[in-house]
Unconditional design. Structure first.
Length: 227
């Protein structure tokens, strides 16, 4: 069985406590983030700068099996309608800031300024990617995450126009499926992701599949537009 090599900064994910917390503190830099995701760990800041950053690896772990992703009929019609224009990696800054400030997240988001800075650096290094959804030439919604070997770790999404974030998710899944990715990590299951067919798997299975997937050379692809 393929196993993950030791982390440079973190204890094994299997050592997480009952809440899935591996440890606190560390640095919100691209170096630490890459190491974390490569070992099944991710940061989950509280938004309070006085509290050290928690690094988490929950059990169970939520994922999308790409070939089992379910698109509701009405959403499929919206994707085909031409209402939205979709791009890849053309406005990462707009997407991540939209994820941090849209709706009820304004002033109370885990996407702190240091987090935004670190993920933006990962984008500049080619590790992070965004899907933008446009309506009437305005950014209406989107999603972003990290491509690590053969998996994509989805981080957040937002919308300003109804269905825009869902359209972004559909296009992201289709891109990953076309490119041959193994699965999409979504960390925790929610009613929203469950409607698209998200499932939970034991952390042990997730880490085993991660160890296999990060050894695969995969390319997210150049920016392109679609509908």
């Amino acid at each position: 069985m393929t196993r993950l090599p030791p982390s440079r900064f973190f204890p094994p994910a299997e050592d997480a406590d009952a809440e899935g917390v591996v440890g606190f503190g560390g640095k919100l830099t691209s170096e630490w983030l890459l190491d974390a995701y490569q070992h099944g760990i991710f940061p989950w800041p509280t938004g309070d700068p006085s509290i050290p950053v928690p690094w988490c690896s929950p059990d169970p772990r939520a994922i999308f099996e790409l070939d089992r992703f379910h698109v509701p009929r009405r959403l499929a019609q919206t994707c085909r309608s031409g209402k939205f224009r979709v791009t890849l990696d053309s406005d990462f800054s707009g997407v991540i800031r939209g994820c941090a400030t849209s709706g009820i997240r304004r002033g109370g988001t885990w996407l702190t300024t240091p987090m935004i800075r670190a993920y933006t650096q990962l984008f500049e290094q080619g590790h992070c990617h965004s899907v933008e959804v446009w309506h009437k030439n305005q950014l209406a919604g989107g999603t972003y995450g990290l491509a690590i070997g053969g998996i994509f770790a989805a981080e957040s999404m937002f919308y300003r126009v109804r269905d825009a974030s869902k359209v972004a998710l559909v296009h992201l899944v289709e891109r990953l499926r076309q490119r041959g990715y193994a699965f999409m990590d979504i960390q925790q299951l929610t009613p929203h992701t469950a409607q698209f067919g998200a499932i939970e798997i034991p952390r042990s299975e997730y880490l085993r599949r991660l160890a296999e997937a990060i050894c695969v050379s995969m390319t997210f692809g150049d920016r392109e537009e679609g509908t």
